[in-house]
Ligand binder design. Sequence first.
Ligand code: NDP
Length: 429
Amino acid sequence: MKSSRIPGFYNMSVDQRRKLLKDNYDLTDEQMSNLTDNPSLSLDKADNMIENVIGTFELPLGMGLNFVINGNEYTVPMAIEEASVVASASHIAKIVRSAGGFEAESRERLMIGQIQVVGCSNFHEAKQDLLDQKDTLMNAANDAYPSIVKRGGGTRDLDVRILNEDANSTYSQMLVMHIYVDTCDAMGANMINTMAEAIAPIVEEITGGKVYLRILSNYADRSLASAKCVIPPHLLATGDFTGEEVRDGVIHAYEFAASDPYRAVTHNKGIMNGIDPIVIATGNDWRAVEAGAHAYAAKDGQYGSMTRWSRDEAGNLVGEIELPMSVGIVGGATRVHPLAELSLSIMNIESAAELAEVIVSVGLAQNLGALKALATDGIQKGHMALHSRSVAIAGGASGEMIDVIAKKLIDQKEIRVGKAKELVEQYKQ
Ligand code: NDP
């Protein structure tokens, strides 16, 4: 197992980083060509993936370093346009590895298919009739996708709810049947939809009602992944702040997010800063993950924090995260986009459950990175310095000029596009 701790990676040239990756992860020339070809996703492939294609849209792909999760080393590919995210994740992962690393778990991986039934003459009887025919319905769903059953997956359970029973409800009364499906290493949206559509006629026959929607639920709360870290305060000390001060600041920051949706949204956006880049880099559906994660943050009735920070009896900072994680290592674009395939190879991921565990760990790290900065120096100091290169480019800098202008922006403490434009004009004279 190669160490994900790669000192000096930040200061290497892109070519040096690529060479190191190739050597460390035994990547083939073909895999490397996917990193160096521009664009890596061929027009031909892209044209077959979506409609009305006119090109491809590239994002920077960086490496999150230092991650130790369940005792395994992970170098994590992150596709993102925002500066400081990769640096912050790697910084926190380094602290957490000194504390023994992240512990992560993905206990159950069941995706949910929903079937909506309206117009039943007696909804309670219809519900009971469906439950009485549970085996028939589950078998019919499996018959619609036999290959997943052969792989060891398939329908695991079924339940039925009645919505809008109150006579004063604004909306129509309806039955909603859920099928719970083990989709193995796929995210499973297409599988679930196929199964739900296949059993809809049987559902109509049993209930005497009319089926409308037959679709996956992105509220994947039967596919939860969790991660935890326990950090002694001395590892958190920074600048003039003691570790205890940082720990307490992080906990207060968490309490703010837990009690105020205005803060929670930004807090959680920071968590998704760590999660989305891996979901994107592995070709997974980040809209599905985003939707599920935010819904889960509101599961207690008020939108709150996706993480929890506390202090244990020994005075350590304890961080925890639990989120629905509907990702796959097969299916969708995971084996179609060449960089998704490469990303999975670099992480040496062997199952969708393992990928989910890595993703939530990085989300937890990202959250601590933001809270640690916010509770100490503030976020701008580090962020704007790293953002300065993008500002220099937005101001018209190119080539060697970028570093010169970026440094001047930092030195003059004015990291903004207007200033960059001025400096670029001066540079050209
Ligand atoms: P696919 O339709 O690509 O199905 C995955 C395929 O992988 C299966 O058909 C299976 O084929 C094959 N497979 C190979 N090995 C395995 C394994 N170990 N475990 C499981 N399957 C395996 O993808 P999904 O069903 O996962 O759907 C994901 C896509 O659906 C994403 O692109 C998503 O954007 C999209 N989507 C999302 C929706 C949503 O979020 N609401 C709605 C609709 C689509 P076989 O068994 O035949 O070999």
